[in-house]
Ligand binder design. Structure first.
Ligand code: ADP
Ligand code: MG
Length: 706
């Protein structure tokens, strides 16, 4: 295949797109050293630089006089360096102090770990500082501000008297020269950026042109111009994501799959054997899934539901439907332990109906694995539960009709694709216990249809959650004893398995022994962790389920999937070390029976801000959606979604939390565009097409335009 020539590198010197592919090194004033630094920031070409959006802007039309600074403010000031006091020798913790003077006053600034500044700053120099104002022994002081030295030959149109862009830096790359470079690039090239959006979209959404937008997100004339520029780039971020997802989705619905319409005998038998009736939400969601499975195109559906909402039963109904229609079903889970637990559940539910279920993980002996693979390939086993081992080379299923993926946010687009490739257009059901707000679901799962289990089985009571420190330990033990006395059971969860000197954790193993010998000698204490063999884990789980173990000490292996309704207490040790969604998952292990249930978060005394917020959020709410929102706000979308893992294009400007309304507009436009022109072949969509291919970096193929 010939290398793909992008519009920019192919273009000649004139006309739209001219010179955008020029390597930065060829620009005046950029030598090999600077080019290497820029490269570190991902900036190789003029085009990269144009899309290198500033972190923020500083209004330098007016500086705050030094005499007007108030503690608590974040301000930008300018002044002359009047004195520099480095930390005394041997006391590196003492900050370096700089005294600053302007026409009417004095102020100081302190810098931590910044001895190097003695080599950089000189008395008499003019500097610009930006940062938070505090007090230092009573004196007004800027705390570790960002700084710039004003050089006499600088172009002051660029660095002050305007909204000034502040860029993300890297060691060796300083703000002023970088800003000066971007100024030149924006002046020389922004106007040459070709428009990619169709005229109709620009008009409908009242968006400014891309050339103008790029100019204004760097060097705006006003706040309004900056906002309009950012809005345009935000729209593009969302549109290209949604376009790609819409194209993927339209392909699914245009593919022929298998229509599964069995009589439903197996489903009926399972339902009649259950000790409960499906909730309204389960009925509705099952109906959506059943219809998808019966339709002649592949199902591609996301099932979202909080912990304990009853996803497993719904999944089992889908599995039975595929099997009765003559197909095999595969269930893929992200971890060994979760795969094992799903296996136990499915085994328990399906085996009585004559369905053969097997487990496939990398923990199996080669011989076992080979035997199970052979049985699957021969079609002798109808249902397989497994980890990534399922999509490794050498696994073949005779007639895969349904693939279920649990805990989707840990899987990437590509793994999902590989699972699908095990069969010929099987139905795919993705299940997640991380309920996410609708707009966010559309972003991450825009290529899926979404079903939501928004109702918990009846009789559930919210789990009463308390945060406690070490002082409360004895009382917690009394409480566990009282609960066990009333017939209930308890979990005690630890973050690690073995004592680690570095982290100084009380390991689960030690604790189990301590609880058994010193605290609850009259009770049965069990220990569950990931390094046990499958049979051992299964036996402990079985004994806990049967009530033979009253207190189960465990590592986070029980995070997902464990289901013992009689357990009413969950104690989480070192709760500050767990992520928010993990805490919520753990808490979901209790509150499954008709009794009041409790979650006790044991934590250290000095918590970081984020740890405190996580614990506060847990105490404040049981609602998975609210927890997910708090988690998202704390970690940011990139980490929350694992954007890299997910294989989706990254945003340049857009912020999922802030820009939901723009996302909705972009999604509607993307759907309209793809409905009318699924391969973006028309001339009006030429720009869209180029940009889409670039942003998705080969993850989306489009039939070539003749
Ligand atoms: P999830 O996987 O969504 O966290 P599970 O499928 O593990 O939830 O279900 C949690 C518990 O609720 C299980 O004990 C299950 O048997 C029970 N359950 C599921 N559906 C219902 C229902 N409709 N009524 C009562 N209990 C239910
Ligand atoms: Mg589950």
């Amino acid at each position: 295949m010939a290398p793909r020539v992008t519009q920019t590198t192919a273009s000649i010197d004139r006309g739209p797109g001219a010179g955008l592919g020029t390597p930065l090194q060829y620009l005046k004033g950029v030598g090999p050293r600077r080019a290497a630094l820029l490269e570190k920031k991902g900036l190789a070409t003029v085009e990269d630089a144009l899309f290198f959006v500033p972190l923020r802007h500083e209004d330098r039309t007016r500086f705050t006089p030094l005499s007007a600074l108030q503690p608590g403010d974040v301000r930008t000031v300018t002044g002359i360096v009047a004195g520099i006091a480095p930390p005394p020798p041997g006391r590196p913790r003492v900050p370096l102090k700089v005294t600053l003077r302007d026409e009417r006053g004095l102020a100081s600034a302190v810098f931590f770990n910044a001895r190097y500044l003695t080599r950089v700053l000189k008395r008499g120099q003019r500097v610009i500082l930006h940062g938070r104002v505090g007090r230092d022994y009573g004196a007004i002081t800027l705390q570790h501000p960002e700084w710039e030295i004003v050089e006499p030959d600088d172009d002051e149109r660029v660095h002050s008297g305007r909204l000034v862009p502040i860029y993300s830096l890297t060691e060796g790359l300083t703000q002023r020269p970088l800003r000066a470079l971007l100024w030149r690039i924006v002046e020389d090239y922004a106007a040459k950026i070709p428009e990619v959006l169709p005229e109709s979209v620009l008009e409908r959404r009242k968006l400014i042109g891309l050339d103008r937008a790029i100019h204004d997100v760097h060097f705006p004339e006003s706040e309004a111009a900056l906002a309009a520029g950012r809005r345009r780039l935000t729209f593009d971020d969302f549109l290209f994501l949604q376009l790609g997802l819409a194209i993927l989705k339209s392909r699914t619905t245009r593919t022929r799959g298998v229509a599964m319409r069995p009589r439903g005998a197996l489903v009926a038998r399972l339902l009649s054997g259950l000790p409960f009736r499906l909730t309204g939400a389960q009925e509705r969601v099952w109906d959506e899934i059943r219809r998808d499975m019966a339709a002649p195109w592949p199902m591609h559906r996301l099932l979202q539901g909080d912990v304990g909402s009853g996803k497993t039963i719904v999944a089992a109904l889908a599995v039975l439907t595929a099997i009765e229609a003559g197909y095999q079903a595969a269930v893929m889970a992200p971890t060994e332990i979760l795969a094992e637990q799903h296996f136990m559940t499915f085994h328990q539910l399906l085996e009585p109906l004559g369905v053969r279920v097997t487990l496939l993980t990398s923990a199996l002996t080669p011989r076992d694995r080979a035997a199970r693979r052979a049985a699957l390939a021969a079609g002798e086993i109808e249902c397989v539960v497994g980890t990534h081992a399922l999509v490794q080379k050498g696994v073949g299923l005779k007639r895969l009709g349904l693939a279920i993926v649990d805990e989707q946010h840990r899987f990437g687009v590509e793994q999902r694709a590989r699972l699908k490739a095990l069969g010929e257009h099987p139905d795919v059901l993705v299940m997640t216990a991380t309920p996410i707000p609708r707009t966010l679901a559309l972003t991450l799962h825009g290529d899926l249809d979404v079903s939501v289990l928004d109702e918990l089985p009846p009789g559930r009571r919210p789990v009463i959650t308390k945060a406690r420190t070490e002082i409360g330990r004895a009382k917690i033990y009394d409480f566990i004893r009282a609960q066990v006395g009333a017939g209930r059971q308890a979990y005690v969860v630890y973050p690690l398995v073995e004592e680690s000197e570095t982290l100084d954790l009380k390991a689960a193993t030690d604790m189990a022994r301590h609880l058994e010998q010193d605290i609850f000698p009259d009770l049965t204490v069990g220990l569950l962790h990931g390094r046990l063999r499958f049979e051992e884990k299964e036996s402990i789980m079985r004994r806990f389920k049967a009530g033979a173990i009253q207190v189960l000490v465990s590592t986070t292996v029980i995070e997902v999937g464990v289901d013992v309704p009689n357990a009413s207490v969950m104690v989480i040790e070192h709760a500050e070390r767990f992520g928010l969604s993990q805490l919520h998952q753990l808490r979901g292990r209790v509150g499954r029976g008709p009794w009041a249930s409790y979650c006790i978060l044991l934590h250290g005394t000095r918590l970081g801000d984020d740890a405190q917020r996580r614990i506060d959020a847990m105490v404040a709410t049981n609602d998975g959606f609210k927890i997910a929102e708090a988690d998202l706000a704390l970690r940011g979308p990139g980490e929350f979604f694992g954007t890299r893992q997910s294989g989706l294009p990254e945003f340049r400007v857009a912020d999922l939390l802030r820009d939901g309304a723009v996302l909705e507009e972009a999604r509607r436009d993307a759907e309209t565009i793809v409905a009318g022109d699924p391969d973006l072949r028309t001339p009006a969509h030429r720009g869209l097409r180029e940009m889409l291919l670039a942003r998705w970096r080969g993850k989306i193929g489009l039939a070539s335009v003749g």
